[in-house]
Design a protein around this ligand. Structure first.
Ligand code: FUB
Length: 310
């Protein structure tokens, strides 16, 4: 049994992990969690920006909306509701497909005091081209105002934002057989690139789901691999946000079906790995968000994440 944000079922209420009471967000299938911590009025609040798998599952073309969840204690969770969907995004931006809204992320830009919610969405129903769309808000859970997509980002899924200590924002995308790409965003306006994105190299068995965080002055880029049937999570380390990255191997074993996708975040002095499984539904495209503690070894390597509550 696993720790899970999705506890509205006997499977997750029964488990033996010390984090067994980790929360209840209701009867929603959620995936691709990007966990972020924002300081709101002097309090650290953890937000989860997640994809939404819909019932009945039709496949990945039937993901067209997002929910956001927040917590201050990893026990009590607030579902902020459906904060974006294809109909709204398409109506405002004048572009977009009927479905295909995959793994999102969110960042806060102090330069304009806006939260930037970014989401991969196909540009139309006929072309197989993805855009990384942006919607902004004055508050971390919306309402979000769709702004269109970031010109110059390649047609690649799974965007991730990273802001370095000097305030420089970066964007990463990766997946669909096109590798992992990274580049800078304009500090004053995160709807625009600062220069061109480049393909980042030297990863080990890169599949999708890049996530960048910083630990002890090093840049860690985690991602899923191509492990047969479902994916392990691996990570690489670099001295610069855009690499070159050195592969460090697997740090979380495969879970659920079809995909593994996660984020690493520090919250109140501990680090956590957020991810999803399909354990509850038993179906790869009806996933549930989970999290477990993530521990660094003294040498900076990441210990295998214990996702079994043992
Ligand atoms: O949820 C849709 C896609 O499946 C994501 O973008 C991938 O990372 C995989 O989790």
């Amino acid at each position: 049994p696993r720790t899970s944000v999705y506890t509205d079922n006997p499977l997750f209420l029964d488990f033996t992990s010390p984090m067994k009471d980790c929360g209840l967000v209701g009867a929603l299938y959620t995936a691709d969690p990007s966990a972020r911590v924002w300081n709101i009025d002097g309090r650290d609040v953890l937000y989860v920006y997640a994809s939404h798998d819909l019932e009945p599952p039709r496949g990945c073309d039937y993901m067209d909306r997002y929910h956001i969840f927040s917590t201050e204690d990893l026990v009590n969770w607030t579902d902020h509701g459906e904060v974006m969907n294809a109909a709204t995004s398409n109506a405002v931006t004048g572009i977009g497909s009927d479905g295909f809204m995959w793994a999102p992320d969110c960042g806060y830009n102090p330069a304009d005091s806006l939260y930037y919610f970014i989401y991969p969405h196909k540009l139309s129903n006929v072309e197989d081209v993805w855009g990384i769309f942006v919607a902004t808000s004055r508050t971390p859970a919306g309402p979000f105002d769709p702004k269109g997509y970031i010109k110059g980002v390649p047609s690649v899924i799974d965007p991730c934002l990273f802001v370095d200590d000097d305030g420089q924002p970066y964007i990463y995308v990766g997946g669909g057989g096109k590798g992992c790409w990274g580049g800078k965003l304009r500090r004053d306006d995160w709807t625009k690139l600062d220069g061109e994105m480049k393909q980042l190299g030297a990863f080990e068995d890169f599949h999708e789901a890049p996530w960048v965080h910083k630990y002890n002055g090093k840049y860690y880029l985690s991602h899923s691999d191509n492990n047969f049937e479902n994916n392990h999570l691996r990570y690489s380390v670099a001295d610069d946000p855009l690499g070159p990255y050195t592969p460090k191997g697997v740090y979380m074993l495969a879970h659920g079906h079809d995909t593994t996708h996660g984020s690493i975040v520090k919250f109140k002095d501990k680090w956590y790995q957020f991810y999803h499984t399909a354990d509850y539904s038993g179906r790869g495209n009806l996933r549930s968000v989970c999290f477990d503690e993530l521990v660094y070894n003294p040498d900076g390597s990441i210990a295998m994440v214990n996702t079994w509550g043992e």
